[in-house]
Each structure stands twice: as structure tokens, then as C-alpha cells.
Design a protein. Structure first.
Length: 105
């Protein structure tokens, strides 16, 4: 069957195709409407630096900072000290083996 024949079959049922498409769109809109809310994301980029250390030592230092930051006990202390709501998540990661730290809240 040729492409033109397939288009002709679809065209003959265009109202059915339009109704199904509209119904699928309404279902998708309804499903996402219940989850709609405002989410905010704050990001920060930090660089650890030291005049007396080599770059690889500074990278190891930033990895240590990230490891400390993501500990649950440190997270709990930050939430309590800053008065953050329970649904706020704080994360951090290093950029490969570098002194760059990416933080996200």
C-alpha cells in the first residue's frame, strides 16, 4: 500500500483521529494538572583555592567538602540552622577532579 493510500485512509477518518488526539491531550493535561506547582532551584559554583597547595591537593579538598556537605547529619544541621522547610533538598558535587564545586538547593 502506498503512502498516498495511507493518507487517504487517515483522511476518511479525520474526525475520529481529531477526537482521539483531543481526548489524549485532555487526559495528559489532567494528569499533569494535579502535579503542577512551583519549584525553585538555586545553584552556586564555588572554587576552592589555596596559595600553598598543589592543584591535586585542592581538588582532594573540594571532594572532602562535598562529602561533608552531603552527609545526612550535616544536612539536618543546615536545615535547622537556616530554618529550611523539610522538602528543600541540598546537593553538591565536584566537577571531575577539579577544585570546582557545584551546589544546588
Amino acid at each position: 500500500m502506498s503512502f498516498g493510500a495511507h493518507l487517504a485512509r487517515i483522511w476518511r477518518r479525520r474526525f475520529l483521529v481529531a477526537a482521539i488526539t483531543l481526548l489524549a491531550g485532555l487526559v495528559a493535561f489532567g494528569a499533569t494538572g494535579g502535579h503542577a506547582g512551583t519549584d525553585y532551584t538555586g545553584t552556586a559554583t564555588l572554587v576552592t583555592a589555596s596559595q600553598n597547595s598543589s592543584p591535586d591537593q585542592t581538588a582532594a579538598l573540594s571532594t572532602g567538602y562535598v562529602a561533608m556537605f552531603i552527609q545526612p547529619s550535616f544536612q539536618d544541621m543546615l536545615h535547622a540552622k537556616l530554618g529550611l522547610p523539610a522538602d528543600v533538598s541540598l546537593t553538591a558535587q565536584t566537577a571531575a577532579q577539579s577544585p570546582i564545586i557545584f551546589g544546588k538547593a
